[in-house]
Design a protein around this ligand. Structure first.
Ligand code: PHE
Ligand code: FE
Length: 289
């Protein structure tokens, strides 16, 4: 899901020097394919009217509704024709530099395992459903495809500048948990949301979270929680605008400024925020208390 934790220091047995492994598609069991189908059907019902137009279009163009866990080679062929991206399998989370290098070269790294039937609602490590169903449809969108490639290059730079935490928040609040405004309505596009049945509804319909208009600097100052639904969602006006702002801004001076300022705690609203919904945070309180 995120790019800020990893377990291993070098590629495990059987992995290439770039950490990729064969997907080993023929080894999936009927039960594993059935788990995909169950998750797919559940989300397919929820997402029309909730997910962004770009996401739904990608889902369709990549024919992800075909039964079973997608074969990465076939998926990559389709994606390659649309935006020049590929999907490659990796053994769980990989080091940051590896993650960024693949991304900068239009390779999306995905886990090849699928969650167990008793984990349909929650898993800690990103599985093939989160990675493929959640992330890959957006990669069929030419603008988002460019954004992620630029992000990969930006990641290499952020590592050098000691600002991975700041850049990582941009990923979190866009690629993983982003909302977009389309024809006056809020829509979800973040992979962490669209791959979660409960959060697909929570992100749009709950009174609990704050929904704030996207501001790059603000996002890069804001903590996030990894253990529960988000307390803040940031809303971009369009993917074009997200791409334009992030690509046209030199992040080096921004990082310098951000590193000198305190971070913003998760649920805080700032005076300059352009607030769409000021959340009750009741959900978070219920969890804490
Ligand atoms: N413009 C950023 C930089 O100067 C790189 C970047 C592009 C980061 C797109 C995120 C998304 O480092
Ligand atoms: Fe993810």
């Amino acid at each position: 899901m995120a790019n800020d934790t990893h377990v291993l220091e070098r590629p495990p047995e059987g992995a290439s020097p770039d950490w990729t492994i064969p997907q080993n598609w023929q080894a999936y069991t009927a039960q594993e394919h059935a788990t995909w189908d169950t998750l797919f059907e559940r989300q397919a019902k929820l997402l029309p009217g909730r997910a962004s137009h770009a996401y739904l279009k990608g889902l369709d163009a990549l024919r992800l509704s075909e039964s079973g866990i997608p074969n990465f080679e076939e998926l990559s062929d389709r994606l390659m024709k649309l935006t020049g991206w590929q999907v490659v399998a990796v053994p769980g989370l990989v080091p940051d530099d590896v993650f960024f290098d693949h991304m900068a070269n239009r390779r999306f790294v995905a886990g090849n395992f699928i969650r167990r039937p008793d984990q349909l609602d929650y898993i800690q490590e990103p599985d093939v459903f989160h990675d493929v169903f959640g992330h890959v449809p957006m990669l069929a969108d030419p603008v988002f495809a460019d954004y992620l490639e630029a992000y990969g290059r930006g990641g290499v730079r952020a590592m050098e500048l000691g600002a991975l935490k700041q850049l990582g928040r941009l990923y979190w609040y866009t690629v993983e948990f982003g909302l977009v405004e389309e024809a006056g309505d809020l829509r979800i596009y973040g992979a962490g949301i669209v791959s979660s049945s409960a959060e697909s509804r929570f992100a749009l319909e709950s009174d609990s979270p704050n929904r704030i208009r996207f501001d790059m600097k603000r996002v890069m100052r804001t903590d996030y929680r990894i253990d529960d639904f988000q307390q803040n969602y940031f809303v971009i006006p369009s993917f074009d605008e997200l791409l334009r702002q992030t690509v046209e801004t030199d992040f080096a001076p921004l990082y310098e400024e951000l590193l000198a300022h305190p971070d913003v705690p998760v649920a805080t609203i700032l005076p300059d925020d352009d607030v769409i919904t000021h959340g009750t945070q009741d959900y978070a309180k219920a969890k804490l208390g």
